[in-house]
Design a protein around this ligand. Sequence first.
Ligand SMILES: Nc1ncnc2c1ncn2[C@@H]1O[C@H](COP(=O)(O)OP(=O)(O)OP(=O)(O)O)[C@@H](O)[C@H]1O
Length: 227
Amino acid sequence: MSAIIEIRGLNRHFKTGEEEFHALKDIDLSVERGECVILRGISGSGKTTLLSIIAGLDHPSSGELIVEGERIAKLPDRHLSRFRGRHIGMIFQHYNLMEHLRVSDNVSVPLIPMGLTMEEVDRRVTEAMELANIAHKADQNAGYLSGGEKQRVAIARALAADPEIILCDEPTANLDRANARRFLEILAKLHELGKTILIATHDPIFEELPFEARMVEMENGIIVGRR
Ligand SMILES: Nc1ncnc2c1ncn2[C@@H]1O[C@H](COP(=O)(O)OP(=O)(O)OP(=O)(O)O)[C@@H](O)[C@H]1O
């Protein structure tokens, strides 16, 4: 296996007035292709900051980050968004759906810049909705869905471009336990498909994942434990 994400000596400082806040401190993390990594830690430990940097939504203050062989912090913005669109799917706690649009339209959004034929867009959207168990709501407006269904639309949207890497930030925070368990089942399917998955969470339900995952504990911007 080769590392799909390689992080070495990564730091992130934020300037707040005169103060400098050190949100990530000397992070080393190597994630193999097809691996599932659970980043755990209390609120404020740096999980979201780390995921945002891996997604190229934020930049490290120093250190090295290589994703799919690219030093992404060095990519110009235009290339970075294309890179992200192709390689990274993101599932966040707030789903950011376009509520007045149909489920299938929401799922097709990441495919728009890819210049695909209508048939190819339809094929990918249908496949992603089936994988995320939301195909039966394809024509419904996203605004009328339940919380669990909205999340499944967000999952389908993250999968539409068939990215190798899936990043999830507190994905079960707004779900009841039954929907959280359904989310674990979808993750198991993605794992079987060989996706590389990183999840930031403090939800103990991830102890029940039906496949092997690596636990990485964060505290105050530092990785304090791994297993
Ligand atoms: N843009 C910013 N400016 C200043 N401080 C920031 C900024 N972004 C994050 N931080 C700080 O960095 C620390 C880590 O935040 P982060 O959101 O990564 O934590 P987290 O572990 O994901 O927490 P949660 O579980 O609550 O989402 C926090 O103390 C936060 O206030």
